[in-house]
Design a protein around this ligand. Structure first.
Ligand SMILES: CC(C)(COP(=O)(O)OP(=O)(O)OC[C@H]1O[C@@H](n2cnc3c(N)ncnc32)[C@H](O)[C@@H]1OP(=O)(O)O)[C@@H](O)C(=O)NCCC(=O)NCCS
Length: 162
C-alpha cells in the first residue's frame, strides 16, 4: 500500500539517496561522468533539498511503501496560474506499479483549480515521455541546453483540463 504525504526535513537524506539513485539510473547513458557528478554532488545537495522542502511555495510530495520507505517523489510549483511539475521520480525497483500516476494525481489534486500543467523532460527519456503521453500530456516545444560538456535536448509537455 503506497501512501503519499508532504516531505519533511528529517527525510532529506533519504530523499537525496533516492534522487541520486534514480537520476544516475535514468541518465547514465545520456550524460558524461562530469555532468553526473555535478548533478549528484553539487546540484542536488542536502542543503538545497532542505530549502525546497521548507519552501511553502513548492509542493514536495513523497510516496512511501508499507514499511515507510520513500519509493518516489514529486515536486511542483505554481507560477502565473500554471503548474510546473519539476520532478517526478520513482525508485527503479518500484517502477510500473502505478506509483508515478499516484504522485501525479496527488499533484493535480493539490492544484485542482489550475487549467494547465507543464513539465520539461529529456527527449531521449522514453520511459518518462511514454508515461506523460499516457497521462494526457502533449509535446508543445523543443529545447536545447549545454551543461558542462554535454548538450541535451528536452521537450516541454503540457496537459490542459480542457
Ligand atoms: C516516469 C516514471 C516517474 C513513471 O513512474 P511509474 O511508477 O513507473 O509509472 P506508472 O506505473 O504509474 O505508469 C506506468 C507507465 O509509465 C510508462 N513507463 C514506465 N516504465 C516504463 C518503461 N520501462 N518503458 C516504457 N514506458 C514506461 C508507461 O507509459 C507505463 O504504462 P504501461 O505499463 O501501460 O506501458 C518512472 O519511470 C521514473 O521515475 N523514471 C525515472 C525518472 C524520470 O524519468 N522522471 C520523469 C522525467 S522528468
Amino acid at each position: 500500500m503506497i501512501k503519499i504525504s508532504n516531505a519533511s526535513v528529517d527525510e532529506t537524506s533519504e530523499i537525496k539517496r533516492l534522487l541520486n539513485y534514480v537520476w544516475v539510473d535514468t541518465y547514465k547513458e545520456f550524460f558524461s561522468q562530469e555532468t553526473i557528478k555535478y548533478i549528484t554532488e553539487e546540484s542536488q545537495t542536502i542543503d538545497k533539498l532542505k530549502l525546497e522542502i521548507e519552501n511553502k511555495n513548492l509542493l514536495f510530495l513523497v510516496a512511501k511503501d508499507s514499511s515507510d520507505n520513500i519509493v518516489g517523489l514529486a515536486t511542483a510549483e505554481e507560477k502565473e496560474n500554471k503548474i510546473f511539475l519539476k520532478r517526478l521520480y520513482v525508485h527503479s525497483n518500484c517502477q510500473r506499479k502505478g506509483i508515478g500516476v499516484k504522485l501525479l494525481l496527488s499533484v493535480l489534486k493539490d492544484f485542482k483549480n489550475k487549467q494547465a500543467i507543464y513539465l520539461e523532460a529529456e527527449k531521449d527519456n522514453i520511459k518518462g515521455i511514454n508515461f506523460y503521453k499516457k497521462n494526457g500530456f502533449k509535446i508543445i516545444e523543443d529545447k536545447e541546453y549545454k551543461l558542462k560538456d554535454d548538450k541535451f535536448s528536452t521537450v516541454v509537455m503540457e496537459r490542459t483540463s480542457r
